[in-house]
Write a protein that binds this ligand. Structure first.
Ligand code: SAH
Length: 478
């Protein structure tokens, strides 16, 4: 049997100003509904034998009309909209009939069958309202979405709306050309304006309000050097997410996965400047030149780098070059794979009594090789993390075996925090062979130290649902 799906709810925002609306019932629900109607400028009549205190005060002060008895047919005459909050079944039927005959829009609390419209779950910030509807399928989901939006949309959005609305009125009066208006809106929607409003820095906002903003010089462009984390979009910082959303252009590494680029705004231009080994690559000078040009054109520029921009990511060089070119540049740290890859494989880089020191090195130092002082670093710390290790694994094993011993615990984590995360554990002596056998692909991170073995492996049978991002333990379980 085919279940015909109910059609979608059609969303509208009603103008109730000066319109006659009737509320049946005088309890708490009625008080809530009346407050909403009065905010919308409606002329409200409440039909109920008795009123709760707020409604009673409103009636006494003349804010609402009160018909002090139970509903009778005829009460909806001339109304635009009616809200039935009483739970009497006979009243419900009779109200439904009158509303249909009189052409009055009706909502009966908790009775979808007696409703022409639903009251959506709302998030309100001043005059800004966000409504959530599930077309009646699940009030629970509607409430859950509403709660999320409530966390996401800060109080400053109400003030921002007021600010933008004021500027809009003035620009229209001054007949500012449409393209110029767009530029002003973009500027007002920059994150720092919301930050000022959030922290109530009246002075900064006042300077925007006081002057004719549309006559101000175009704002200077800026570059944000932003860490994208190891791969899972969930490990992006909130600051990174906001900047991606607001950016005019994002220059990103090849390693940054699509799930993160999907968070960019609809009008954001994406430029892949990934420096792949061999093949097409953008030189570091080219990248810096493009960043400088974009910022000089007045754009909000994000330079998005895998992990943390300053951990073997040449972020320091870019920052220095941008500063020498006089470009305003800010760094937004990210979650580095040097720490996240071990963590995602349940390997703590420090552990009381086992490891009290960590170092990170790269398999491709400035000359493309392992660092010259590799042995000294390995001897000095309890945990050694090696980025870009795959191409140099045999050389690394040969150099470190005399220092750490052939049995020293090692693990390689590839694609950490992504769906393809794979971990290979083996003693130093066997790690290159184990990695080759598992045909692991970059990006991968190597961890050396007793911490590799200090956490008991998970009992997967006892926690079958936990394997959400796919941990594959290859090699010897110890
Ligand atoms: N700035 C980056 C590192 C850039 S060097 C950071 O802080 O993470 C690139 C190296 O990072 C890769 O060769 C690999 O060693 C490591 N890496 C990046 N993403 C990884 C991932 N998802 N899993 C394991 N290692 C990763």
């Amino acid at each position: 049997m085919i279940h015909a799906q109910r059609p979608l709810a059609y969303m509208v925002a009603l103008d109730l100003a000066g319109r006659h609306c009737v509320v049946l019932g005088g309890g708490e629900m009625a008080a809530l509904r009346v407050a909403g109607l009065l905010d919308a400028g409606a002329l409200v009549t409440v039909v109920a034998p008795a009123l709760q205190p707020t409604l009673e005060q409103l009636a006494a002060a003349g804010g609402i009309e009160w018909t002090a008895r139970a509903y009778q047919p005829g009460d909806l005459r001339g109304a635009f909209l009616a809200l039935n909050t009483s739970d009497d079944a006979a009243t419900e039927r009779s109200v439904r009939i009158e509303a249909t005959v009189e052409g009055v829009l009706l909502n009966t609390h908790d009775r979808p069958a007696s409703c022409d419209f639903a009251s959506p779950a709302l998030v309100r910030r001043g005059r800004l309202q966000v409504a959530v509807s599930t077309s009646g399928d699940s009030p629970y989901v509607a409430a859950a979405v509403r709660e999320r939006l409530d966390r996401l949309i800060g109080a400053e959005w109400g003030s921002l709306l007021a600010l933008v609305a004021g500027v809009r009125r003035r620009m229209r009066r001054a007949k500012v050309p449409a393209t110029e208006q767009q530029r002003v809106y973009r500027r007002l929607l920059r994150p720092e304006v919301r930050a000022w409003l959030r922290h109530q820095r009246g002075g900064a906002v006042g300077s925007l309000l006081g002057a004719d903003v549309w006559d101000m010089a175009a704002p200077a462009g800026r570059v944000h050097l932003v860490g994208a984390g190891p791969g899972d979009p969930g490990l992006l910082t909130l600051a990174a997410r906001e900047l991606l959303f607001d950016a005019d252009v994002v220059f990103h590494d090849a390693l940054v996965p699509p799930g993160i680029l999907d968070l960019c705004g609809a009008r954001t231009r994406l430029v892949d400047v990934g420096k792949r080994g061999g093949g097409l690559r953008t030189s570091q000078d080219d990248i810096t030149t493009q960043l400088v040009e974009a910022a000089r054109a007045g754009l909000e520029v994000v330079r998005l780098k895998g992990g943390d921009p300053f951990v073997f990511g040449r972020g320091g060089e870019e920052l220095d070059a941008l500063r020498s070119a006089g470009i305003a540049t800010r760094v937004v740290p990210g979650v580095t794979s040097a720490l996240a890859a071990p963590a995602a494989a349940d390997i703590p880089v420090t552990f009381r009594g086992v490891s009290g020191s960590v170092a990170m090195v790269t398999g491709r130092d400035s000359d493309g090789q392992l660092p010259r002082d590799l042995e000294a670093v390995a001897a000095a710390v309890d945990t050694l993390v090696v980025l870009m290790p795959l191409a140099v694994l045999p050389a690394l094993v040969a150099r470190l075996t005399p220092v750490l011993g052939p049995q020293w615990p090692a693990a390689v984590i590839a694609g950490a925090t992504t769906e393809s995360q794979t971990t290979v554990r083996a003693p130093l002596r066997d790690i290159a062979a184990a990695v080759a056998a598992a045909s692991i692909a970059a990006p991968a991170t190597l961890v050396l130290g007793r911490v590799v073995d200090c956490v008991r492996p998970e009992m997967l049978a006892a926690a079958p649902d936990h394997d959400a991002i796919g941990h594959h333990l290859v090699g010897e379980p110890r």
